[in-house]
Design a protein around this ligand. Structure first.
Ligand code: SAH
Length: 367
């Protein structure tokens, strides 16, 4: 048992089983034993890799997309350029380097990072030293100004709850104890008003996941965009609505049992984008249609950019550059599994690469 498993077992013995969300928060963020607290999880030596670590093109194209949205909105003079869960700071560094080509953008932008891990904060400080970032513990602490925000693989780290459909109600999955070991179990079934709409598209035994902290985070982001202008690009693996059990543990780039080594493995779940879009609209902002990552990157010109970068490369470096382009965009790699959603003010267009999903105001004039 890991030290964290012993702590959790003692808590469950004293207080009873805990919902999955509480287990996830402890495993990821426990101040002493949490997964993100004590390590850099990214890269070959870590447990997983992410799009910005695969190629500089990812951050460059997203940085330019945000700078384009900023110009579309009249190039406001003081903005926040923010990223929750910035990892090693690679995406932000690439975005800032590319967006520096857009006159006035980086001069207007204060860089704000929301990061829970002290170790990753240090990596971000080293990477982004020239830009003097400000760190926050929570999105709610971001200043009230126009907000331009990118989030990649942040929302998948937020704690989910899982509910198993019964005949007419829902039984929550929880972590309990059996013979001194952590085990998954089910709480008694309850009718849940929030999940009532899902009775129509699920069968008994199906799992539905919810993530209230993700909706609250979107509320903070979208509220600022509605009040002050700005744009947000949210990228993560997932789908429009939650379908089935997507709770996953990764250790050393391989799946493992989430209960096996609490605090030692990365825990994630697929992001359900429909509740996030609904939260953004409830906060007064508009949202784009959901777009697969590969389609978004193609629309933003990744192939042209890849060709320019390829000119300076040969041999193994060229080979890995071509592989990176494929990995980011190909439908059988990250291109389809990862999706992107944009949030923008109701009165401004979505950032480039995105299509508004607002119903068209009036087609009568076209007739
Ligand atoms: N966006 C980066 C890193 C993704 S890993 C990339 O694409 O490479 C997830 C990131 O979110 C890490 O930086 C992790 O420390 C951070 N994180 C996870 N949960 C968090 C929380 N509740 N609050 C703030 N940061 C969090």
């Amino acid at each position: 048992m890991t030290p964290l498993a012993r702590l959790l077992a003692a808590r469950i013995a004293a207080e009873g089983p805990m919902p999955l969300a509480e287990f996830m928060v402890a495993c990821l963020l426990h101040p002493e034993h949490g997964y993100y607290t004590g390590r850099d999880p990214l890269g070959a030596a870590g447990d997983f890799t992410t799009a910005p670590e695969i190629s500089q093109m990812f951050g460059e194209l997203l940085g330019l997309a945000l700078a384009h949205a900023w110009r579309d909105q009249g190039a406001p003079g003081r903005i926040v350029l923010a990223e929750p869960g910035p990892g090693r700071g690679t995406l932000m560094a690439d975005a800032l380097r590319a967006a520096a080509r857009v006159p006035g953008f980086t001069a207007a932008a204060g860089v704000h990072l929301v990061e829970a891990s002290p170790l990753l904060r240090a990596a971000q400080a080293a990477r982004l030293a020239d830009h003097l970032p400000t760190w926050h513990d929570r999105l709610a602490d971001l200043p009230e100004t126009p907000l331009y925000l990118i989030a990649n693989e942040f929302f998948d780290a937020l704690p989910i709850r899982q509910f198993v459909r019964q005949r007419a109600g829902w039984a929550e999955r929880q972590v309990g104890l059996s013979a001194g070991r952590l085990v998954l179990g089910l709480a008694p079934a309850l009718p849940l008003a929030a999940l009532a709409p899902r009775l129509a598209d699920t069968q008994p035994g199906d799992v539905v996941e919810t993530c209230a902290p993700a909706e609250a985070a979107i509320g903070e982001i979208a509220g600022r965009i509605a009040r002050h202008g700005g744009a947000a690009i949210i990228i993560d693996y997932g789908d429009w609505i939650s379908r089935g059990d997507t709770f996953q543990a990764l250790r050393g780039h391989a799946p493992c049992d989430p209960l096996q080594a609490p605090g030692k493995a990365d825990l994630t779940a697929h992001v359900a984008f429909a509740p996030l879009a609904a939260a953004a609209r409830a906060a007064g902002a508009a949202t784009s249609a959901l777009v697969p990552q590969g389609v978004l990157l193609e629309r933003l010109g990744i192939t042209a950019r890849a060709q320019v970068l390829a000119r300076g490369l040969s041999g193994a470096a060229l080979h890995s550059h071509i592989a990176a382009h494929r990995r980011l965009t190909h439908p059988q790699e990250m291109g389809n599994l990862f999706k992107a959603l944009a949030i923008h003010p109701a009165g401004a267009p979505p950032p480039p690469g995105f299509v508004s999903d607002q119903p068209k105001a009036d087609h009568a004039h076209d007739a």
